[in-house]
Design a binder for this molecule. Structure first.
Ligand code: 13P
Ligand code: SF4
Length: 348
């Protein structure tokens, strides 16, 4: 079993309530979208949105030449466009990754307080001390970390490329120190057979899926395929037909013949799944049941801080800009670039 006991107790994460955005009628929404489109043009700006954000934001990103994607594609898109400004609709680490890769671009976010429980649960100082105690390990961090934590890493990975990169390290005979998601780390460890040291972090959204209730739901829907993001606990992953990144789960809905899918990830992903496969029935994996706290109810409260309303505000004010200390940025870019280079070689 991996060493997961370290001289550090992860902080109790304060999960904010979901923000309540005022309802907009169709006319108000259309007018707001028109104003945002004009502002995007004026600022030479593009939207880079994650699949977990509100469907209106995803639609707007697509309509205006931006991108809707998983964490890997979001990072790639920012580097490939000529736009002077990137407006990242997602959580803080996504905006920081965009800025680390594109220091010459202005990177804005609708809400800078949109964090992530994995990022919050991995403070840079404690993490650096953990790395210092294991100098013989290659440090692999998940994208869901601060710029300071990335600056301490050898590799950064996202869920869509974590397995091939860790397999590659195994072939080189490396030992891996992994942070911060213990569930994703454990999943990678099981699939690759690499002995990994795991940081004890977790995603507050995926941790809430309930295995007994999921078993019951599967019995009620025997034709449904179960799709699981690997940030989920072991007992959920074990019940999956497909385990993968947000992009992999979306592709599964579009390509598999099943009429129904039980989906164990943030429900924001349903917007893209419905767009690609309107005839398929999507069922949210259960977060209720025994022991349920339902702090997130399968929707990330930080992703929910992104809305049309604050997107317009940030474009009007030009504030909420991401800034990163240049010394940190120069170190943090190395593990990210290593991942992007590896991804490019794989696709060649
Ligand atoms: P993906 O890279 O699969 O989009 O995941 C990002 C994330 O934060 C999942 O919770
Ligand atoms: Fe972080 Fe979980 Fe929200 Fe993804 S869903 S941003 S891992 S808290």
């Amino acid at each position: 079993m991996s060493e997961t006991t370290i001289a550090f107790n992860p902080p109790r994460i304060q999960v904010p309530p979901h923000p309540q955005w005022p309802e907009l009628d169709d006319a108000e929404k259309t007018a707001l979208k028109t104003r945002i489109k004009r502002l995007l043009k004026e600022h030479d700006a593009l939207l880079v949105a994650h699949y977990y954000t509100d469907g209106d934001l995803q639609a707007l990103a697509e309509e205006t030449g931006g991108c809707v994607a998983d964490s890997l594609e979001m990072a790639r898109f920012g580097s490939e466009t000529d736009a002077k400004t990137l407006v990242v609709c997602g959580v803080r680490f996504m905006g920081e990754t965009a800025k680390i890769l594109n220091p010459e671009k202005r990177v804005l976010m609708p809400e800078l307080k949109a964090t992530c429980s994995l990022d919050e649960g991995c403070p840079a100082e404690a993490f650096s001390a953990f790395c210092d105690r294991h100098p013989d390990h290659t440090v692999v961090v998940y994208a869901n970390t601060s710029a300071e934590v990335k600056a301490r890493a050898d590799w950064m990975v996202t869920s869509s490329i974590a397995l091939p990169i860790v397999k590659h390290l195994k072939e080189q005979g490396k030992k891996v120190l992994w942070a911060p998601d213990k569930h994703l780390g454990h999943y990678i460890e099981q699939v690759t057979g690499v002995d990994m040291l795991l940081w004890p972090g977790a995603c507050v959204v995926h941790e809430e899926f309930k295995s007994v209730a999921l078993e019951r739901l599967r019995r009620l829907h025997p034709d449904a395929a179960v799709l699981v993001h690997p940030e989920s606990p072991d007992e959920i992953v074990e019940q999956a037909d497909v385990v993968g990144s947000t992009t992999a789960l979306i592709n599964a809905v579009a390509s598999m013949d099943n009429p129904e899918f039980i989906v164990a990830t943030d429900e924001g992903i349903f917007w893209k799944m419905r767009q690609l496969a309107p005839d398929k029935k999507l069922i949210a994996a259960p977060t209720a049941g025994e022991g349920a706290t339902c702090e997130s109810c399968a929707h990330c409260p930080w992703m929910a801080m992104n809305a049309l309303q604050n997107l317009e505000q940030v474009l009007l004010g030009g504030d909420n800009e991401i800034h990163i200390d240049e010394a940190i940025r120069r170190r943090a870019v190395l593990p990210i670039q290593r991942m992007l280079d590896f991804a490019r070689q794989q696709s060649d």
